[in-house]
Design a protein around this ligand. Structure first.
Ligand SMILES: C[S@@+](CC[C@H](N)C(=O)[O-])C[C@H]1O[C@@H](n2cnc3c(N)ncnc32)[C@H](O)[C@@H]1O
Length: 230
């Protein structure tokens, strides 16, 4: 075997015999990634079979949408309405046939591999349903971002607030959600949005803070956030 050892830099996190092992492992990997990271994955076993989910990128890039869908499913277990607050909402929907998406075609090694599969772990099912809902003809051409994944899981009484600072992305969000009275789109800084909208009147909800964290001074002065290019 060419690589029978971990690289020096690899971080490994394991949990044994706990019903929430996969969720806790996600948090454990998150806590390790400040050391630097190229890819990550989680392998789960029920003692008989092993299931692996892995990909290139930071922990949140690899797992975030599947986890988001699962958390929303968990919130729906109670009848009481909830608020979904997406502080860095993005454009909402992505065209996988755009030259930009085709350039590295990273989706082929990720969602592309499970999109048509019938053998999908139940934990990934709500996420996959959201992606399939955007591609009803069965051909993977559009990829929903967090706002659309969340919308599919909102009930009649639930609400969503989406903040985005990029004007073009925000305009696309507004167009996507124009007819959905449960959803409010705001052209505003996500951290200001946190302050403005919490705590929610529902007293329960989920906040996704999904910044790219690619600006050096992101947290230096929150009163004057740098504006992403539009
Ligand atoms: C990683 S993307 C979000 C992806 C989205 N949450 C999804 O999963 O589909 C980060 C987004 O944050 C936006 N952004 C950057 N700084 C921001 C800020 N201070 N407040 C709100 N949005 C911001 C960027 O324009 C970009 O669209």
């Amino acid at each position: 075997m060419a690589f029978d050892k971990f690289k020096d830099e690899c971080g490994v996190f394991g949990i044994y015999g706990h019903p929430e092992a996969a969720n806790l492992t996600y948090l454990g990997l998150y806590a390790l990634q400040h050391r630097g990271q190229e890819s990550c994955g989680i392998v789960a076993s029920d003692g008989a079979r092993m299931r692996a989910h892995r990909g290139m990128g930071l922990v949140a890039d690899v797992f975030k949408h599947a986890l988001l869908a699962r958390l929303l499913v968990a919130l729906r277990r109670k009848d009481k309405p909830f608020l979904y607050l997406d502080t860095h909402a993005g454009a909402g929907l992505y065209d996988l046939e755009h030259p930009w998406a085709k350039k590295n075609a990273e989706y082929r090694a990720g969602i592309g591999r499970i999109f048509g599969s019938e053998d999908v772990p139940p934990l990934a099912a709500p996420y996959l349903e959201a992606v399939r809902a955007e591609n009803p003809d069965g051909r993977l051409r559009r990829y929903p971002g967090s706002p659309l994944i969340a919308r599919g899981l909102l009930r009649a009484g639930d609400r969503a607030i989406l903040s985005e600072l990029n004007k073009k992305d925000c305009a696309q969000l507004e167009a996507l959600f124009a007819r959905d009275r449960r959803v409010v789109v705001r052209l505003m800084d996500g951290y200001q949005s946190l302050k403005a909208h919490l705590p929610p009147k529902e007293r329960r909800g989920l906040v996704l803070i999904d910044s790219s964290f690619d600006r050096k001074h992101e947290f230096d002065d929150r009163r004057h956030p740098p504006c992403p290019q539009s």
